[in-house]
Design a protein around this ligand. Structure first.
Ligand code: GTP
Ligand code: MG
Length: 272
């Protein structure tokens, strides 16, 4: 048996999101699908980030090879020598975010080293848990903080580098559960909650700056006019793209292994 030596993977994705969303389950599934390693599934709360190397299924098109069809000779090549990428799974617990997910996002998004260059952020949410007010608030707060970091990065870069903005996939997980909210509703809930967070933050900053008359609008997500926050607006004004795509790590057992994560892999493929 002969295996082609693949070039080292240089595309990194950061997996963020609240505790229990399914990040480790997703990472484990990607590893199983790639069969690059045999890790046993772990379903307990993560306390440490882990970095895994996985492969893109050959039938998933990539951004640089968009129209890969079944008859395409490049499909054969992709099967023989699959595209590899790296995923960093982070712990979602509120107490571990600042020291891990958020600080890794800061480090990776600023990195100029090709080996650690960040291609995209996958922010995973549990669609069956968002009806709970506290969970929604916690999830939206985390996403808000992530987007603010990416906005600062975008605003500090030159406008000619617009295309290098780091996109965000909101992976709306657990659609297999009957209590799950559909992705459209997830998007609306997150947008309106982020809008609330942003308004109260603006007010706080205004109050704090009442004496000096200066406000640090670097700390406000989106623009500072009264328009309600939306992902579309953020993309339009800042260039940071956010997409909400549904799926499930634990799909129907009748289905093929990992078919519930196909559309997320397609998103990843487009970033490659
Ligand atoms: P932290 O490590 O605490 O940040 O959580 P996590 O995001 O890594 O969550 P984890 O992968 O440990 O999953 C939490 C629970 O959700 C586990 O019991 C998983 O089996 C379950 N789970 C993950 N994905 C799905 C899914 O698509 N559907 C269902 N029904 N359960 C899922
Ligand atoms: Mg985990």
């Amino acid at each position: 048996f002969f295996r082609a030596v693949a070039s080292p993977p240089s595309s990194n994705f950061l997996l963020l999101g609240p505790s229990g969303a399914g990040k480790t389950a997703f990472t484990t599934l990607l590893e199983a699908k790639s069969s690059l390693s045999n890790t046993s599934p772990s379903t307990h709360t993560s306390q440490q980030s882990t970095l895994v190397t996985v492969t893109l299924p050959p039938t998933v098109p990539t951004g640089s090879n968009r129209y890969r069809s079944v008859n395409d000779p490049s499909l054969k090549e992709a099967t023989r020598n699959p595209i590899r990428y790296r995923v960093r799974d982070t712990p979602g617990h509120g107490k571990l975010r600042a020291s891990q997910g958020i600080s890794e996002l800061q480090a990776m998004s600023q990195s100029k080293d090709i080996k650690t260059k960040l291609r995209g952020v996958v922010f995973m949410v549990d669609t069956a848990a968002l009806l709970d007010e506290a969970t929604l608030r916690d999830t939206a707060t985390y996403l808000h903080d992530v987007l603010l970091i990416l906005q600062k990065r975008a605003k500090n870069g030159s406008s000619s580098k617009r295309t290098t903005e780091i996109p965000v996939l909101v992976a709306a997980n657990k659609l297999d559960l009957f209590t799950a909210l559909p992705p459209g509703a997830v998007k609306e809930k997150l947008e309106s909650e982020i809008d609330r967070i942003r308004k109260s933050k603006t007010k706080g900053l205004l109050d704090a700056s009442a004496d000096s008359g200066l406000m640090d609008d670097e700390e406000i997500l989106g623009n500072d006019d009264q328009e309600a926050f939306s992902f579309k607006l953020l993309e339009h004004e800042v260039g940071v793209k956010v997409e909400v795509v549904g799926g499930s790590v634990k799909g129907d057992p009748q289905e093929e292994l990992g078919s519930g994560v196909r559309r997320w892999e397609e998103w990843i493929g487009m970033c490659l």
